[in-house]
Design a protein around this ligand. Sequence first.
Ligand code: FMN
Length: 260
Amino acid sequence: MAALAATATISAQKMLVLYYSETGTTKTVALELQKQLGADIESIECVKPYSGVFQETMQRGQREMQSNEWPALKPLTKKIADYDVVFLGYPIWFGTYANPIVTLVKEQDFAGKTLVPFCTFGSGGLNTSAEALKKALPKAKVAEGYGLRTARVSAVAKELDRFLKEQGYKKGTVEKLPEYSAQKPVTDAEKAIFDAACSSYQFPLGTPETVGKRETTESTDYKFVVKSRGMGGGAEAQTIIYVTVGKGADAKPEFTQVVR
Ligand SMILES: Cc1cc2nc3c(=O)[nH]c(=O)nc-3n(C[C@H](O)[C@H](O)[C@H](O)COP(=O)(O)O)c2cc1C
């Protein structure tokens, strides 16, 4: 009886994909989520949209942060109260969720809801934005989230399939991935893989010191511990950079995310 009840709970959960996207990347993830979950979907719209031009959004975004005046949103057509699980999607801006989400979490009541963050980013920001959501919404249950680099958007269908099955939002099983091996000093060959994955990124990502590895059926994955100064200079900090290399002969190393 208990097992039956648990199954019924998962399949009976009402799910909403609610997202903000300025330039379309987060929208791609949101549409794929909707497709794989069969969930309802709604996009968050600003009364005065951002221009889609990086420098302009940077400037407007910074002004809003400094003045604590956040963008007004158009009313949602869906009611959060009608859902059990809300997949909340956003681009990472300034290391956390984009400004329209600041307005959203002030205006909407997520108490008692399961909130699944998903985000897209140039380099990273899933963990920091999820922590910020927990602080902003202490009465919501912020669950494990999903993050994707803009440059890897073609990986979205496969990665989401795994994520949704692992987290129990979708039926089916996936190969369980092994743990990373213990961190060891980086060899020249591993440094070359790190450089191939990271050196073309628009900001320097630092120097790897140690690495752990895992083999899956589809890739060799690396977990580099890196010393870096971050975007604004500042104090040296440790970050983790995940790199994946597919098994195909022409597979190129790609970094999947930076965890600061
Ligand atoms: C104002 C602004 C700030 C950004 N800050 C970051 C950042 O701190 N870290 C990062 O990895 N990417 C950052 N990005 C890149 C976006 O997160 C990335 O391009 C995202 O995929 C855009 O999603 P969208 O197409 O759904 O709007 C920033 C982009 C903008 C416009």
